[in-house]
Design a protein around this ligand. Structure first.
Ligand code: ADP
Ligand code: MG
Length: 686
């Protein structure tokens, strides 16, 4: 029975019967199997089930009228157009076509009877429809029995043929429920078959508004199904990786305790709690898959260091990987400073390391002499062989592609993995997109930080900003000056940075001004950063390369030019570079009017909020998840009909149900997944 159901899902009889060209178009729509037609749901509906008398048809909404053409002429003023007068006994209206074919002109010849579907408006001549849908009718042609669905489609594939194919799929596919009746009842869900039929062929009295807002019960069922499929797929993925064997790395508390004793500060409660979670994962015989989230400056590095030590005290190696060389080098310095007094050898692996030094580092990693390797994605490269890799830490994980993470993963025998992110992901999003990871959150900043004051300043008032920079540096503090992001041209961005550097250098003849940008050699970059850190440079002009992770506690002022061009997460990250010491810090966001409403809304958020999670939450609701996450998340299945914000309550339910199904009814889980997620690849494998 189950086998049969699966076969039905995968049978491509209808898709196969379509000519090749059309099949390519279907593939564009994500339709590869017959069942995909069933899941290809309408965008909206039009009501062709009844006819309005012209005199009583409401304005401003789609209506259908049936009328006879009483006049038809091509006019040339104000531009060439076909203008017809039509009449239905109750009244008259105009039909205007601005572009038209001779065939349409023929349909609209005087005397023909037509059904017109369009929006009635008050035109210059009187009531009119512009470019309505036109059908010629002989008297007595029956009206549609159902609301007409309008489907997402692609150029060259019309609504009519698509509707026919979908109708055929609805007639031949097995639409039985994948969810047991008690589950439906518990979650107040309608049956699957009833729901899809309703959505594809709604009765004439169906509430169009409710359908279009997707609040209707039929939509609710399908949205739930989609969320469930996503949760099932990610949780199953999680379960599969979890079933792999990894070295158990129990807390021996030798090196970790020693580090904690040597630190000049005590861990925050949140750091202790998250490290406990990690520590417990590491001691299991299954690979850890944990995401450590924490706002900028929340102190993730020390937690990562402790995790590495737990691996090392068990005789395994650890690797720490960062997305940029500046950041990787900073990690290297910090980890070296913390760990080498404990007798741990730390290797530094980056593209800029000269060949000889690099070869010796690689040899140390391969022999196991180096217990910790820190680097950029150079760590992924094939020449890097670990002798006993037990833990891989990936900082700013959202900046790495899935393949890169896999490449590292493949270096060891399923090492434990710790991902870190300073881009706070709102809970809904992390539940949806990181459902294949366990998540720990550092929700507390180390004590002694004074909150950063954020100011919005119009570009015209630059002089005042210059004075603030002067004042800050005069008291022995340091400042960043971040040049605008110019997405269209890297060259222009570089030029702007160079210009700004020139101007600021001559504005502040008695200050030492430095410059870092993305085009510099990494050695130069590192030298400049080191000089800034050492206090030799007081004002650092930078492109957004300093975005992540740079840690200079004495810097107390940050100026960001054209803040309106930057994303909120980026602004928040940049702002987090100051306020790292006890000094009162400020971030000045320069902007150039006029601002779009969106830009205003976003600057308001960053101005009012200091909590990265709150900023992310508001940003998400402003932009939606696709844009929020960017293209980097391409590895995660996108939701087509569900919306994780709108459907948050259902997402929670789907997640709980996914866990329960995988545990208690794995067959039902597989069936559900097969229905929703088996795409062409899967079909081909069968
Ligand atoms: P992020 O989470 O952004 O990576 P870091 O790990 O760079 O943050 O930590 C930011 C700064 O806070 C560093 O200078 C670090 O040494 C310091 N720090 C971390 N934890 C604590 C703590 N518990 N108490 C005081 N300072 C801390
Ligand atoms: Mg960091």
């Amino acid at each position: 029975m189950r086998r049969e159901a699966l076969t039905t899902v995968d049978t491509p009889a209808i898709v196969d019967a379509v000519p090749k060209g059309a099949r390519d178009k279907l593939a564009k729509l994500g339709i590869h199997r017959d069942f995909d037609f069933v899941l290809h749901l309408p965008l909206r509906y039009v009501d062709e089930t009844h006819i309005y008398p012209i005199a009583h048809a409401p304005f401003g909404q789609l209506v259908q009228v049936e009328a006879v053409i009483v006049n038809s002429e091509v006019r040339f003023r104000p531009r060439r157009q076909l203008v017809c007068l039509v009449e239905d006994g109750s009244g008259e209206m105009y039909v205007r076509l601005l572009n038209f074919y001779p065939s349409q002109q023929k349909m609209l010849a005087v005397g023909s009877r037509v059904r017109l579907l369009g929006e009635l408006r008050v035109g210059f001549l009187g009531p009119e429809m512009v470019h309505p849908q036109i059908r010629v009718v002989r008297e007595g042609v029956p009206l549609k029995e159902n609301l007409t669905p309008v489907y997402p489609t692609t150029a060259g594939l019309g609504q009519e043929p698509l509707r026919k194919l979908i109708g055929r799929a609805l007639a031949s596919c097995d639409l039985h429920d994948t969810l047991p009746a008690p589950v439906l009842k518990q979650h107040h869900l309608a049956g699957f078959e009833g729901s899809v039929r309703y959505l594809h062929e709604p009765p004439p009295d169906a509430p169009i508004n409710e359908l279009e807002s997707r609040a209707h019960w039929a939509w609710q069922r399908l949205i739930f199904d989609e969320l469930l499929a996503q949760q099932l797929s990610m949780r199953r993925h999680y379960a599969r990786r979890h079933d792999l064997i990894a070295p158990a790395l129990p807390a021996k508390q030798k090196l970790t305790k020693a580090l904690l004793r040597a630190l000049p500060f005590a861990l925050t409660g949140a750091q202790r709690r998250t490290f406990d979670e990690i520590s417990r994962d590491l001691s299991a015989r299954h690979p850890m898959q944990r995401l450590l989230q924490g706002d900028v400056g929340s102190g993730k590095t020390i937690v990562a260091a402790l995790a590495c030590l737990q691996a090392i005290e068990n005789g395994y190696q650890a690797a720490v990987m960062a997305p940029t060389e500046i950041l990787a080098e900073q990690h290297y310095r910090k980890l070296h400073e913390w760990l080498s007094p404990l007798g741990v050898t730390v290797a530094w692996i980056a593209a800029s390391v000269p060949k000889r030094a690099r070869d010796s580092m690689l040899a140390q990693v391969a022999s196991g002499e180096a217990q910790l390797a820190v680097g950029t994605h150079a760590l992924f490269q094939e020449q890097v062989n670990f002798s006993r890799l037990g833990l891989a830490v990936v900082d700013e994980q959202h900046r790495f592609g899935v393949e890169q993470r896999l490449a590292l993963h493949n270096k060891g025998v399923n090492p434990h993995q710790l991902m870190m992110s300073a881009t706070p992901i709102p809970r809904t999003l992390s539940m949806s997109y990181y459902a294949d990871l366990d998540v720990s959150v550092i929700d507390e900043l180390p004590p002694g930080r004074t909150p950063i004051v954020t100011k919005l300043v119009e570009d015209a008032r630059r002089d005042e900003v210059i004075e603030r920079v002067r004042a800050a540096c005069a008291t022995g503090r340091q400042a960043y000056w971040v040049c605008p992001l110019i997405e269209e041209s890297e060259k222009l961005q570089l030029q702007t940075a160079l210009d700004t550097y020139q101007v600021l250098s001559s504005t502040f003849p008695d200050l030492k001004v430095g410059l870092v940008h993305g085009r510099m050699k990494s050695k130069e970059k590192a030298e400049t950063m080191a000089a800034f850190k050492a206090g030799e440079i007081q004002l650092l002009v930078a492109t957004t390369v300093i975005e992540v992770g740079v840690d200079v506690p004495n810097a107390s002022l940050m100026v960001i030019e054209h803040a309106e061009r930057m994303g909120l997460a980026q602004l928040h990250q940049l702002r987090g570079r100051v306020g790292r010491g006890a000094a009162k810090s400020a971030c000045i966001l320069l902007y150039s009017p006029p601002l779009s409403d969106m830009a205003k809304a976003r600057l308001k958020i960053i101005y009012e909020q200091t909590d990265g999670f709150e900023i992310a939450r508001q940003d998400l609701s402003l932009r939606g998840p696709g844009e929020f996450l960017g293209a980097r998340q391409s590895g995660t299945p996108m939701l087509k009909i569900a919306d994780i914000e709108r459907d948050q309550a259902m997402l929670e339910q789907a997640r709980a149900l996914a866990e329960a199904l995988l545990r208690e009814a794995p067959d039902a889980a597989e069936l559900h997944l097969a229905r929703w997620l088996a795409r062409a690849e899967q079909y081909l494998k069968v």
